[in-house]
Ligand binder design. Structure first.
Ligand code: AMP
Length: 283
């Protein structure tokens, strides 16, 4: 049975009894989300369910990580349905706090992510990763899981979380989970529901651009400018579409590479109408 909890103190009590009753094999897995759960989140929940004794899913639309008020206001909210989905995936606890529970006062201490946030989304969404790193550290402190599951879809977020737990000695294993895609390659996202049918038809070009970059890299092209130029051409010239960035970075420090000499992450963000989509591919 899935239990829904909104309070930090109540959650800690439940977790404490979980730890004592299951102390022999009692690993706890945390899946942090902002709700509006879809097949991508389900993949994370399934993996946590397979690997951990108890699974906690958090559902919290973190105001600290939104750089645009309209994005925060429009973010889909469907807690009842989300709890049902968690229940079908065998989640033990859903932690869904209010903003007031998580931030009784505006936090004075936040986590700076340094150069990890200088490029890709960090460049275009000021303060976003400070908000992400701060809420992830809070969730890890509150739940104290053995493992926490994050999607590779948000590659810069995953790199930052890995570095966060290393820099702050947080005793947790960070597990990266491969991106779930629609049949046409579009990464599943809560924001896809905002696309009109015409916009939805344009959206897969983001993945096509990344796939083209991956093809070129696999074929031995090592000139980053050539790869970026050819990949970007996959995005149609259409007034509804704007490629915000397409960058090739080191998968750990998220810094642009001057040339392809080893493993890289090709990451991109694209606006389709008023919806911003992101995706990446590891090569
Ligand atoms: P969100 O609710 O968008 O903050 O996402 C919660 C977690 O689900 C993050 O770790 C995301 O990277 C992950 N996630 C979102 N979409 C996908 C997807 N299509 N495939 C795999 N993981 C995803």
């Amino acid at each position: 049975m899935t239990v829904l909890i909104g309070g930090i103190a109540e959650l800690r009590e439940s977790l404490a009894s979980m730890r004592t009753t299951s102390h022999t094999s009692g690993s706890i897995g945390l899946v942090p989300t902002m709700g509006a759960l879809h097949a991508g989140h389900a993949r994370l929940l399934e993996q946590a369910r397979r690997e951990c004794h108890s699974v906690v899913a958090s559902i919290f639309i973190n105001p600290l990580q939104f750089d645009r008020d309209d994005d925060l206001k429009q973010y889909p909210r469907m807690l009842e349905r989300d709890v049902e989905l968690c229940s079908t995936h065998g989640v033990d606890l859903v932690f869904a706090p209010t903003a007031g529970e998580m931030y009784p006062t505006a936090p004075l201490c936040t986590v700076e992510v340094g150069p990890l946030g200088d490029h890709l989304c960090g460049r275009y969404r000021p303060g976003h990763f400070r908000g992400v790193a701060t809420v992830v550290l809070k969730l890890l402190e509150i739940v104290q899981p053995d493992a926490a599951y994050f999607g590779e879809k948000d590659a810069q977020q995953l790199a930052i979380v890995r570095r966060l737990v290393a820099d702050f000695n947080v005793p947790v294993t960070i597990v990266g989970v491969p991106t779930v895609r629609e049949k046409d390659g579009l990464a599943v996202s809560s924001r896809n529901s905002r696309l009109s049918p015409a916009e939805r038809a344009l959206a897969p070009s983001l993945y096509q651009a990344l796939a083209e970059a991956a093809r070129l890299i696999a074929s031995g092209v090592d000139d980053v400018d050539v790869i970026k130029d050819r990949a970007s051409k996959q995005v149609p010239r259409d007034p509804a579409v704007r490629l915000e960035y397409l960058e090739i970075v080191d998968p750990e420090d998220m810094q642009p590479v001057p040339r392809i000499t080893g493993a890289v992450c090709v990451a991109a963000a694209m606006w389709v109408g008023s919806t911003r989509l992101i995706d990446n591919i590891s090569c």
